[in-house]
Ligand binder design. Structure first.
Ligand code: OOG
Ligand code: NI
Length: 464
């Protein structure tokens, strides 16, 4: 009997969501086509160097999705669904703080956590939960009606949850059950044709368009599916040349002549989609909503917490210079980056600002013991005995995420900052989900440390 392992389920899940989303949002297919073209061109121009941060087959298949749920119960359920696909909660993002306007959600990302699993298929889903109890956004009356509305809906049928638990326990499923799981899981994220209650949606929209998208309808849906591209500036130009309006900027690090780090993202603006409404007079008829958009991203090297701090300082410095003397964000950012970040991978590695794995390039016979007791990583890298391979950033950036949310909102919404917001953090999120939300830095660090131990053993020397 054929058995699908969880990575195979994950690859198939990503594929099915992609097909479904392509049918729902045809501009997504254009985005994927243009991304593929850009990737092929970069590969042609740069050769092997194009694959420095992932093989072309991984990058071409790579997607992240974004979904939004309404309550802790729904968050716990969606975690069970993703566990079936070998996707586990990593990182905590509080988008309430990352933005000035109204994005009342806290988020995590479900993704594979082992290097081999990521290499097999890196599908990840940025998953946001409405902070429906945050009094800055929802007054007591609205909170209680929101709770009732959310309590009555079922996003994930029990058959799906049971199959998902079985898949997680067995690290896969037999073919027939796998088919069922994939059907149900994909279907759970399909855009619903159920009528949307117009007045309820509008009431929530006045607080936050994101709250309306989550709590104003009886189902959930993919908000976007994001392909990965090797040159996001080129992608941006080609999309505009096709007449597709993009948001104003590429979010995240600037294009510069040093190593790519973290994550650069951009998107085309949310498109009007036809949805069915039930209006105040009882009439059911068509209307329009603009919530789903098309995002694309370029991934770079993961930064250490120290590197991340430098990144945050650079972002603040760019804001400051822009305010003081204007200019374009991209130009100012390039200037700040050139001042603060090393321009080569080796220097980036040695500065402790970014994560790498290390490997011995060649081990001449009878060569052990040549280093005495200790040797520096610098010496090993500069002599070419050891090479540093970048660890790709597999996660997200709160400010970019807020920027992506925001540039697709037509209204600012409302928020009462005189009220005290509810406390959410990675611990609270862990207890909501019922399993530990991992800190992404721990994962990168463990990978780097394992490689350092390995070269120490191979060269029989302590690396300092
Ligand atoms: C999620 C927005 C964040 C990203 O890539 O940073 C995000 C959403 O719109 O639901 O997907
Ligand atoms: Ni996204």
């Amino acid at each position: 009997m054929e058995f699908l392992k969880s990575w195979q389920l994950r690859a198939e899940f990503a594929l099915r969501l992609s097909e479904m989303y392509g049918e729902e949002v045809p501009a997504y297919t254009t985005l994927v086509d243009v991304s593929t073209e850009v990737n092929e061109d970069v590969l042609r121009e740069m050769g092997e160097a194009a694959e420095r941060l992932g093989t072309i087959s991984r990058v071409t298949a790579e997607r992240h999705g974004a979904i939004r749920v309404g309550s802790p119960e729904e968050m716990a359920q969606v975690a069970r669904v993703f566990a079936a696909f070998g996707m586990h909660p990593v990182g905590f993002y509080d988008l309430r703080d990352a933005s000035k306007s109204s994005v009342p959600v806290v988020s995590t990302a479900f993704r594979p956590i082992e290097a081999e699993e990521l290499a097999l298929n890196p599908f990840r889903v940025f998953t946001s939960m409405l902070a429906a109890d945050d009094p800055r956004f929802f007054d007591t009356d609205l909170q209680s009606r929101l709770r009732d509305f959310l309590g009555e809906r079922t996003l994930f049928p029990s058959e799906l949850l049971e199959l998902a638990d079985r898949a997680a326990a067995q690290d896969g499923l037999a073919l027939e059950e796998a088919e069922k799981l994939l059907d149900l899981a994909t279907g759970a994220f399909r855009l619903s044709e159920e009528p949307v209650e117009h007045s309820w949606y509008q009431e929530l929209e006045a607080v936050s368009a994101v709250a309306a998208d989550i709590g104003g309808v009886s189902t959930t849906h993919i908000n976007h599916l994001t392909p990965r591209v090797l040159d996001i500036d080129e992608l941006y130009r080609r999309m505009e040349a096709r007449g597709i309006t993009m948001i104003d900027e590429v979010q995240g690090p600037p294009a510069w002549d040093g190593p790519d780090v973290l994550l650069r993202q951009t998107s085309f603006r949310a498109l009007a989609e036809e949805r069915v409404f039930r209006y105040e007079d009882g009439r059911v008829g068509p209307g329009e909503l603009k919530v789903r958009f098309g995002e694309v991203e370029q991934r770079g090297i993961a930064l250490t917490p120290q590197g991340r701090q430098v990144y945050d300082e650079m972002v603040a410095e760019v804001d400051r210079r822009l305010q003081n003397r204007g200019g374009t964000r991209a130009d100012v950012a390039r200037e700040v980056w050139a001042e603060r970040l090393p321009r080569t991978e080796i220097e980036l590695a040695l500065s402790g600002l970014a994560f790498f794995t290390y490997r011995v390039l060649s081990q001449p016979r009878g060569d052990s013991g040549q280093y005495g007791d200790t040797v520096t990583l610098r010496e090993l890298l500069e002599s070419g005995r050891v090479v540093a391979d970048p660890i790709v950033y597999e996660d997200f950036l709160p400010r970019s995420a807020a920027g992506i949310f925001q540039s697709n909102l037509s209204e600012d919404g409302s928020r009462d900052d005189a009220m005290q917001g509810t406390d959410y953090d990675i611990e609270v999120m862990s207890s909501i989900i019922g399993r530990r939300v991992v800190d992404p830095h721990d994962l990168y660090r463990a990978q780097e440390d394992a490689s350092l131990t390995e070269i120490s053993e191979q060269l029989e020397v302590q690396v300092v």
